[in-house]
Design a binder for this molecule. Structure first.
Ligand SMILES: O=C(O)c1ccccc1NCC(=O)[C@H](O)[C@H](O)COP(=O)(O)O
Length: 260
């Protein structure tokens, strides 16, 4: 599987967004409803917790197939908030992750700042995100390797009070992200072409973190020790999905991983 398949799968959705925009249906959500994603992650982690955690709602994935399709976003959001998550990531991609944009409106119930995880590469998708309660959205350098396009999408989101998390996989992508002005960087330990995960590479990359940046370690984390390693390498936060959702009680799993 290559990344072009994720872009191809978005074409019908983009057509729908074009029509919605023309009909005046793509309206921004009241900005006062968005908690500050960046501020929440910058606050020192609570005692006993190595770093702050973004807990993910993920029904399925291209690498795992179905992970958990029996829990609602509302239930999982409440469990994550109670278990100590700082933010919640919601996979809204339909074809490969069986998510939807509506999941954001359901997950907002627990009050956690929400990250919209999807394959976003067009201004219409940013407009669509602004019409949801998301506090942040994901941009992926491997998908949008053009720094000026990345900058445009990020600035458009920020002008509406939504932070952009820019995902990188290696040093070259870090350079592009920085050229685009990104300040929130997520290092994905999963190669999006091959799905192979390598946390060690992600840990090494964190040596390049600059003080003004916020760095998030993502993918293949399932143990408290993984959080400790990420903290030691210089990360500010960690994003965990599969290891939480593989249980009928994702909050319990989160609690186990967070606490020493
Ligand atoms: O998870 C996948 O299989 C995947 C495949 C292709 C593109 C993206 C993919 N995942 C998105 C993510 O970034 C992860 O959901 C996130 O980092 C959490 O990872 P994990 O804890 O390993 O579920």
């Amino acid at each position: 599987m290559n990344l072009q398949r994720f872009i191809d799968a978005k074409q019908d959705e983009l057509e729908g967004l074009r029509r919605a925009k023309a009909a005046g249906l793509l309206r921004p959500k009241d900005i006062r409803q968005r908690p500050d994603f960046l501020q929440a992650l910058r606050a020192p982690a609570p005692a006993g917790q190595p770093l702050r955690v973004i807990a993910e709602f993920k029904r399925s994935s291209p690498s795992m197939g179905v992970i958990n399709d029996s829990l609602t976003p509302e239930d999982v959001a409440r469990q994550y908030a109670e278990a100590g998550a700082t933010c919640m990531s919601v996979l809204t991609e339909e074809k490969y992750f069986t998510g939807c944009v509506g999941d954001l409106s359901r997950a907002v119930i627990a009050g956690l700042p929400l990250l919209r995880k999807d394959f976003i590469f067009d201004e219409l998708q940013v407009r669509q995100t602004v019409s949801t309660p998301a506090a942040a959205m994901l941009l992926i350098v491997a998908l949008t390797p053009d720094a000026s396009l990345l900058r445009g999408l990020r600035e458009m989101a920020e002008s509406e009070g939504i932070h952009a998390v820019v995902e990188i996989f290696n040093e070259r992508e870090l350079e592009i992200a920085r050229e685009s002005g990104a300040r929130i960087l997520q290092v994905n330990a999963r190669n999006l072409e091959t799905f192979k995960t390598d946390r060690e590479e992600g840990l090494k990359l964190a040596a390049l973190r600059r003080p003004e940046e916020l760095w998030i370690a993502a993918s293949a984390m399932s143990e408290h020790a993984h959080l400790v390693d990420a903290k030691g390498a210089g990360y500010d936060a960690a994003l965990i999905g599969t290891a939480l959702m593989q249980s009928s009680q994702p909050g319990k799993n989160l609690n186990r991983i967070i606490q020493s």
